[in-house]
Design a protein around this ligand. Structure first.
Ligand SMILES: Cc1cc2nc3c(=O)[nH]c(=O)nc-3n(C[C@H](O)[C@H](O)[C@H](O)COP(=O)(O)OP(=O)(O)OC[C@H]3O[C@@H](n4cnc5c(N)ncnc54)[C@H](O)[C@@H]3O)c2cc1C
Length: 258
């Protein structure tokens, strides 16, 4: 098969940055023909020693207009894909699908005033892409980025998050974004402690945000751990916030990572 007939392209690793022993970010070259909407994912492929290729879904962290692609990854102990991925170094090859997929995109919502982005762990990835693009900033009056991790050292991309409103192209929207870190297993200054579901149920999250969750105004995206997503969906459902479907636009969009 010729390279152009293949469903994937071969890209080069430009940079690998470990955050903790089990979390790292990577930057790779981007094929000029690769298009995606902020919030989508691509399938990444790595070749194993026996020559076979393992594929896994990864959300893009970078914005649709960046020349490169950024990804943020966990290392699952013994994980088929991440054991290989975490061995790659600058200059190595990564396979990337020609097509991007996924519905964790802002066009899931037809309206809304406040955008709530709720992530656990690597589930922060699509939200970073969304926040580096214009759409969310133009459409919503306020954006609450809620990022839950077990330990404070796992909070990734802090410089990117802190620098968003200083970017030239986002400066006119300064003041719209509030970053709300949540650390579940230790106390951390400036962070809430506890599970996202508990923080919604006991009102702490809304107090910290200075904003109520309501079907009228809130649009909520949830990404990461499937259990957290299920539990949060139930809590939101009890508050009349429903999953947004093409046949019935609602307030909630989710993406399970496993
Ligand atoms: C739409 C989509 C987007 C995704 N985007 C990302 C991403 O941006 N970054 C990323 O690291 N992963 C992402 N994932 C998960 C990713 O596809 C793989 O599951 C992950 O790379 C582990 O692969 P593995 O073969 O090593 O282990 P697997 O055999 O795939 O997984 C083994 C177990 O590890 C745990 N696990 C898997 N992924 C994660 C994770 N991300 N965080 C914590 N525990 C996990 C689960 O318990 C899972 O059952 C995404 C998954 C989907 C479906």
């Amino acid at each position: 098969m010729t390279a152009s007939a293949e469903k994937f392209t071969r890209q080069t690793l430009l940079d690998v940055q470990p955050l903790t022993p089990s979390l790292f970010s990577l930057r790779v070259t981007r094929d000029a023909g690769f298009r995606f909407r902020a919030g989508q994912f691509a399938r990444l492929g790595v070749a194993k020693a026996d020559g076979s290729v393992v594929w896994r879904a990864y959300s893009m962290v970078s914005s649709p207009f960046d020349e490169y692609l950024d990804f943020f990854s966990i290392v699952v102990p013994g994980g088929e894909f991440t054991s290989e991925l975490s061995r790659l170094r600058e200059g190595d090859t990564l396979l990337i699908d020609r097509q991007a997929f996924g519905y964790m995109t802002l066009d899931r919502f037809v309206d809304g005033r406040d955008l709530w982005l709720l992530a656990t762990g690597t589930g922060i990835a699509p939200f970073l892409s969304i926040l580096q693009d214009f759409d969310a900033w133009e459409r919503f009056d306020s954006i609450k980025l809620v990022y839950s991790v077990r330990e404070a050292r796992e909070l990734a991309y802090q410089d990117v998050i802190a620098g968003l409103e200083q970017r030239d192209y986002l400066a006119e929207y300064a003041g719209k974004l509030q970053f709300i870190p949540v650390v579940t297993r230790e106390q951390h200054p400036g962070a809430l402690t506890g599970r996202i579901t508990a923080l919604i149920e006991n009102g702490e999250l809304e107090r910290a945000a200075g904003l109520a969750l309501s079907p009228e105004h809130s649009r909520v995206m949830i990404c990461g751990n499937p259990q957290m997503i299920d539990d949060t969906r139930q809590v939101l459902k009890a508050r009349d916030l429903q999953l947004s479907l093409s046949r019935r636009p609602g307030q909630v969009a989710v993406e399970n990572y496993w």
